[in-house]
Design a protein around this ligand. Structure first.
Ligand code: ZN
Length: 117
């Protein structure tokens, strides 16, 4: 289990743990989404088992987003003592846009690892 968490963080193939799942990072300022390899470069494992396979990853991404927003809210209002709800809302919105690429990447990686034994 600890091992697979490590691999999720590194974004490596669930089969061989060597090949990278993503070809390149997304670039927010270019509005370029992270690009995935079709097959693992090392063992040839096909990451998208079937069309629509990553549909479920959207739920993972959604849960991550909600979790991050709640965490951020607590940090802003209780740790940094922001009192203005509108300000908090703005900061959270901007942070969520910034985190969306990260979330997409990590949710797909989690998804792939969840269904590969
Ligand atoms: Zn592999």
């Amino acid at each position: 289990m600890g091992n697979s968490i490590q691999n999720i963080c590194k974004g490596t193939c669930p089969k061989c743990n060597k090949g990278k799942i993503f070809e390149q990072n997304g670039l927010l300022y270019k509005l370029r989404m992270p690009k995935m390899h079709v097959n693992c470069e090392v063992c040839g494992y096909k990451f998208e088992k079937e069309p629509g396979y990553f549909y479920g990853a959207m739920y993972v991404s959604y849960m991550l987003t909600v979790g991050e927003a709640i965490m951020l809210y607590f940090i802003l209002s209780y740790v940094l003592k922001f009192a203005d709800n509108f300000q908090i809302f703005l900061i959270i919105s901007v942070a969520m846009i910034g985190l969306s690429f990260f979330n997409m990447r990590i949710s797909r990686t989690i998804w792939i690892h969840l269904f590969t034994s």
